[in-house]
Design a protein around this ligand. Structure first.
Ligand code: GYE
Length: 305
């Protein structure tokens, strides 16, 4: 069956393409590394890249997709900031005959479907990332911890799924208890502020799980400001694998981080090309992620972002 028969807009085969990349924000190393990877790949292939930065606003990101539609791009790579608000953008691009590939985050899957409304999702298995973080913490604390959870952006797929995977494992361990859970919006300084408040409300907390490294770095500062020792009084675990996080592991402050690779360029452009050739694309393309702890952080920091 051709791509058109699946209900998706087809993509013409051409010498070169003009594609859009709608980024969510650029306030952390993960986002910057992802943008660099996309720009480098476009340059390498000689494709024109229409790049937008929604600056942390789902409404702006919807408008950014509108402008890409108006500019007649051949395909849109979209990193949807939140699951529900970006559904209309996906539908609008489809109606305009422009295929969409979701990068790193998904939209509400009960409404928008891969293979029908958008081509595919490329990214990590966030539920599994949450499970891996929890499994490490269970081991590190011998199954006994009072945990503060710092959640990512409310309504984003990584925040929803990283919570789900983590809580699934924690629920099976009677000695593990989540005492407080609050969003830090994936932002370092919000992670610090939220931790400061939650440590005051829960002075008996012994562990912190953050949905990304930026928030855990902020949390470490708050733990130290409270006169506690990160890595000893409070065990910390997070997700991403940034350079700062690997350094914090080397320094003994952070216990572990589950990798979530931001280097989407080669895979994203290969997938677009496969789609243009009329190949049937699988609904999810899941990245393989590593795991960093004291055993390998020093060896891996050279590759980190
Ligand atoms: O973990 C975080 C970023 O969507 C997987 O978003 C991504 C997450 C990543 O801001 O640091």
């Amino acid at each position: 069956a051709s791509a058109g028969a699946q209900g998706l807009p087809a993509m013409k085969q051409k010498e070169t393409y003009k594609v859009g990349f709608a980024q969510t924000e650029s306030n952390n190393p993960w986002r910057i590394a992802q943008t660099e990877s996309m720009k480098a790949e476009a340059a390498k292939r000689g494709w024109q890249l229409v790049y937008t930065d929604a600056a942390g606003s789902a409404a702006k990101q919807v408008a950014d997709v509108d402008s890409m539609i108006a500019q007649g791009v051949d395909l849109i790579f979209l990193a949807p900031r939140e699951e529900k608000p970006l559904v209309p953008a996906v539908m609008k691009a489809k109606r305009a005959g422009i295929p969409v590939i979701l990068l790193d985050r998904t939209v509400d899957e009960s409404v928008a479907k891969a293979g029908r409304d958008y081509v595919t999702f490329i990214g990590s298995d966030f539920v599994e990332e949450g499970r891996r973080a929890a499994q490490w913490l269970v081991k590190a604390t011998n199954g006994n911890a009072r945990i503060i959870q710092l959640e990512g952006t409310a309504g984003s797929s990584p925040a929803n799924d990283r919570r789900k995977g983590f809580e699934e494992v924690i629920a099976k361990n009677p000695g593990m208890k989540i005492v407080a859970s609050q969003s830090g919006d994936f932002v370092r300084d919000k992670g610090r502020q939220v931790t400061e408040t939650l440590l005051q409300a829960h002075p008996d907390a012994t562990a912190i799980y953050a949905h990304n490294d930026e928030m855990v770095i902020g949390a470490i500062a708050a733990v130290e400001a409270a006169g506690r020792t990160p890595g000893k009084d409070i065990r910390l675990v997070s997700i991403d694998g940034t350079r700062d996080a690997l350094q914090a592991i080397i320094d003994g402050k952070l216990g572990a981080t589950v990798e979530c690779s931001p280097r989407f360029g080669p895979k994203a452009f290969d997938t677009a090309l496969r789609y243009a050739k009329g190949e049937k694309i699988e609904p999810k393309i899941i990245n393989e992620d590593q795991f960093f702890d004291a055993s390998n952080a020093a060896a891996k920091i050279g590759e980190a972002f």
